[in-house]
Design a protein around this ligand. Structure first.
Ligand SMILES: O=P(O)(O)OC[C@@H](O)[C@@H](O)c1c[nH]c2ccccc12
Length: 284
């Protein structure tokens, strides 16, 4: 079994357990109630003494799509404690401070791992981060059940990751439509030409190409460079994984890539601000 299938199997088990604590119907109810509160907050009906989280509901901020569509190469910074390929990346893991440092350094969006077993992520990290920053936050996880999309929304995510090889065309289409209904953007992860064609055929608007081969864990930036031209300019293109140098970002920018997703090299940097400055130093 590949690592991807192994993780997906664990996620299926975990979701079944979570549903016992809170059913999909209850989860949908919670979201509806919050939507009513949000609309009230927008109309200024929230009282002065109401919890500040309610007030923050009223401020929408940029969407994930908008953050990537802006002029020039956008950077998505990842908050990640560990990974199957690298083991523990951040022994000390002040996730909230990391997210705030990213934002202060001018990052365009944040990706937060919530997968607990292989990446040591937590829903709580996403929830706290989404409420503490005003840049859009992506739920980085292995989504195999619509339940997790509703969860992402409730936790405060603005976007979800959908991995084509985990879903196939029919489910990808269904998950995209649920995300759309909830006002979430989707980063649709592809590994080859066939997956990109599949993603485009079901209307994906943000295509991500992972430079990491999930079978061998090797990274090759050629993956995203060579697949860039398969995605029309009307859709957004994100290069994922393995980037750490300003020269790499410049090459991707020149190839017309809209965004890069960077985890490890930012996580290991003492100063997020200096690392981001360095990474951006050769961009237009
Ligand atoms: O830490 P890196 O090499 O910069 O990679 C970040 C991100 O691309 C990687 O974490 C990732 C890409 N696709 C995923 C799917 C699930 C979990 C994680 C990922």
């Amino acid at each position: 079994m590949s690592i991807l299938e192994e993780i997906a199997r664990e996620r299926r088990k975990a979701v079944e357990e979570e549903k016992k604590l809170l059913s999909l119907m209850e989860l949908e109810r919670l979201l509806e109630e919050r939507e009513i509160l949000r609309k009230a907050a927008l109309k200024n009906e929230v009282q002065e003494n109401d919890a500040s989280s309610l007030k923050s509901l009223a401020t929408e901020g940029k969407s994930f799509y908008q953050a990537l569509a802006k002029e020039g190469l956008s950077i998505i910074g990842e908050v990640k404690k560990a990974s199957p390929s690298k083991g523990i990346i951040a022994e000390d893991f002040p996730y909230l401070q990391i997210a705030k440092d990213y934002e202060a350094a001018g990052i365009d969006a944040i990706s937060c791992l919530t997968e607990p077993k292989y990446f040591l992520g937590k829903d709580q990290y996403l929830q706290e981060i989404a409420h503490a920053v005003s840049v859009p936050v992506l739920r980085k996880d292995f989504l195999i059940d619509p339940y997790q999309i509703y969860q992402a929304k409730l936790l405060g995510a603005k976007a979800i990751l959908l991995i084509v090889s985990l879903l196939g065309e029919r489910e990808l289409k269904e998950f995209l439509s649920i995300a759309g209904k909830l006002g979430l953007d989707a980063l649709v992860e592809c590994h080859d030409e066939e997956e990109i064609r599949c993603a485009l055929s079901v209307g994906a608007e943000i295509i991500g190409v992972n430079n990491r081969n999930l079978k061998t864990f090797s990274v090759n930036m050629e993956n995203s460079l060579s697949l860039r031209n398969l995605v029309p300019k009307g859709q957004l293109f994100v290069a994922e994984s393995g980037m750490s140098k300003p020269e790499e970002l410049r090459l991707l920018e020149e190839a017309g890539v809209d965004g890069v997703l960077i985890g490890e090299s930012l996580m290991r940097a003492e100063s997020k601000k200096e690392k981001l400055q360095e990474l951006r130093s050769l961009l237009k």
